[in-house]
Design a protein around this ligand. Sequence first.
Ligand code: G6P
Length: 369
Amino acid sequence: LMAEKGGYKHFMLKEIHEQPRAVRDTIAGRLLESEGDVYLEGLNFNDCQLAAVKRIIIIACGTSWHAALVGKFYLEGHCRIPVEVDIASEFRYRNPVIDESTMVMVISQSGETADTLAALREAKARGAMNMAICNVVDSSIARESAGVIYTHAGPEIGVASTKAFVTQLTALYLFTIRMGRSIGTIDLAAGQSMIAALKHVPALLEEVLTLNSLTEKIARKYMNARDFLYLGRGKNFPIALEGALKLKEISYIHAEGYAAGEMKHGPIALIDEEVPVVMLVPRSSNFDKTLSNMEEVSARGGRVIALCTTGAEDIAGRVEDFIEIPSLCEDLDPLLLSVPLQLLAYHVAVLKGTDVDQPRNLAKSVTVE
Ligand code: G6P
């Protein structure tokens, strides 16, 4: 069994470490560098069909839903197409407004999640264009979608999704480039620079993985906390949600992800000396805003664990714990920031002695409603 896990103690840790390779596989053979475009073999929509898309609805469950929330930023930001994101079990029962100019995109690692499959069928029945981002080749969702982008993350065994998530973000970015190039909202130079940034991701993920021992030290310090808060803004709000989900799934500690600016509308009431607050504060357009939320937490005695990108060393002295990741760009920093959050959840769970790969009450693939 140890061999199956590639020498790692758990599948989850192995899969966290496979992320550089996984992202390499997601982009392999798909980058058309000189054209500033990408080739997505299973997409099956030509420029003319893509130009007809007036609205996108992205539908998923769990971790895949968090990827969808980041996808909204990519697509609206670069393609100026309105994007809605919905939870599959909500979408399928809410009598959604859909027509032939709506592209419904479902995201699923397994391709077998019952609610996501049902949502896809519902969208098709209502005449929507449809596509999937999927990991498992020839899964039900992949087979039933008009177009598919495979993530090529390889088999994911740990119930807590890690490499599937980061490759879903990569696939969303690839689709954004394709869409933007085909409708003209991304010009040649912009397409080329997006591709150049994407090519840096695998090596930077390798670099971020060297934070393993630091995150273990931090995990040891906070493992007995009863509640955790995760705060972020913009594209990093979904990353905060995902960080909190990872922790609750495998360590059984109550954790909540919140949009940093919403903190004052509720969660701030929870903050005292007992509550670790993981703050995502990469250098970005809303850096100062998030920083002021961080000060609000500190002022109430909250124990801040700050995740920053290089160039924010000044923050280190103002927080209890500080994790620095290399900075790439606002679009892709969320991929890098995901890794220390996975590692933090992993180490807390291991220290607490839970069944990391098979947490209680959870299933890898939820094929019943
Ligand atoms: C289950 C898994 C999660 C996963 C979710 C959606 O809850 O435990 O890790 O994110 O299903 O799965 P899917 O295969 O559709 O991405």
